[in-house]
Write a protein that binds this ligand. Structure first.
Ligand code: 13P
Length: 270
C-alpha cells in the first residue's frame, strides 16, 4: 500500500494554463460552454487565467465549488514598490488555490532563474497556496544529453526551501520546452522516464511521503494523446496550454483522461 496518498490526491489533476489569452468576457463565455461538458468529471480541474481575468473566472464558477482557480505567477514579496507584480498572499485572499512557478516562458522570456523559483515557491507555500513548480529541458539540452541534469538542478534549487511538511502543498509539472506549443509531444515512454527520475528525487528528499506529490506532464497535450500520457508511469495529471483555450477540447481532455488514470492508481494501491 502507498501510505500518505489520500483519495483526493489519486484524482488526476488537469490544469489549464491560459497564458496571455481569454479576457474576462471571453472567460465567461468559455465557462458557459465548458461547465456543462464536465459534469461529474473525476479530475481535479484547475484554471490558470491571466490575473486580470481571475475574478471573472471565480464568478462564473461560483456554483461549481469543485473547480479551482490559480495564478500563473507571483512575486515573492508580500507588498511594496514592485510595479506590475502580484503577491501570493493577495492571490490567496482573492480566492486562488494554486500558483504556477517557474513556467518555461517565465524562465525563457522573462529571465527567471532557479533561485527566483525557490523564493517564489517559499512565498506560495507560506501563503497557504499549492505551488506547481514547472521544470523541463530545452531541445538543445536534450540533444546534448543534459535533460536529466537540468531538471534535477531545477528541482534541487527550486525546492531547497521546502521541508517535509511543505510538500503536502507541492505539485510539480514536467514540461519539456521543445514540446510546448510545438505540437511535438514527448512520447509516453519519454515522459515516464523523466517522471520516474523526478519521483526518485522526491523520495530521496522527502522519504516515502515523496511518493504522493503529483507530477503533471505538459507540452502539446491534446484530446487524442491525453489518456495515453496520463496512463504513463508516474504521470499524475496534465498541464495543458493551447488545448485548454477551447471548451470542447479541454472538456474532452478532462473526460477522456480520467478512467485510465483511476485504474492505474487503483492497481498501484494493491
Ligand atoms: P501547450 O499545451 O500549448 O504545448 O502548452 C503547454 C504549457 O506550457 C502549459 O503550461
Amino acid at each position: 500500500p502507498i501510505t500518505g496518498r489520500t483519495l483526493s490526491r489519486i484524482r488526476p489533476v488537469i490544469a489549464g494554463n491560459w497564458k496571455l489569452n481569454h479576457s474576462p468576457a471571453a472567460a465567461t463565455e468559455f465557462l458557459q460552454a465548458f461547465l456543462p461538458r464536465v459534469v461529474d468529471s473525476p479530475a481535479e480541474i484547475v484554471f490558470f487565467p491571466p490575473a486580470i481575468t481571475f475574478q471573472a473566472v471565480r464568478e462564473a464558477l461560483a456554483s461549481r465549488g469543485a473547480i479551482d482557480v490559480g495564478v500563473q505567477n507571483v512575486y515573492w514579496e508580500d507588498s511594496g514598490a514592485f510595479t506590475g507584480e502580484i503577491s501570493a498572499s493577495m492571490a490567496a485572499e482573492a480566492g486562488a488555490t494554486h500558483a504556477l512557478i517557474g513556467h518555461s516562458e517565465r524562465r525563457q522570456l522573462f529571465g527567471e532563474t532557479n533561485e527566483h523559483a525557490r523564493r517564489k515557491v517559499e512565498a506560495v507555500l507560506a501563503a497557504g497556496l499549492q505551488a506547481i513548480l514547472c521544470v523541463g529541458e530545452t531541445l538543445e539540452e536534450r540533444e546534448s544529453n543534459r535533460a536529466e541534469e537540468v531538471v534535477l538542478r531545477q528541482l534541487e534549487v527550486g525546492l531547497a526551501g521546502v521541508a517535509a511538511e511543505g510538500r503536502q502543498a507541492l505539485l510539480l509539472a514536467y514540461e519539456p520546452v521543445w514540446a510546448i506549443g510545438t505540437g511535438r509531444t514527448a512520447s509516453p515512454d519519454d515522459a515516464a522516464e523523466m517522471h520516474r527520475r523526478i519521483r526518485e528525487f522526491l523520495v530521496q528528499k522527502f522519504g516515502k511521503d515523496g511518493r504522493s506529490t503529483p507530477v503533471l506532464y505538459g507540452g502539446s497535450v491534446k484530446p487524442d494523446n491525453a489518456a495515453q500520457l496520463l496512463a504513463a508511469d508516474e504521470v499524475g495529471g496534465l498541464l495543458v496550454g493551447g488545448a485548454s483555450l477551447d471548451p470542447e477540447q479541454f472538456a474532452r481532455i478532462c473526460r477522456a483522461a480520467c478512467p485510465s488514470d483511476l485504474e492505474k492508481s487503483a492497481s498501484r494501491e494493491k
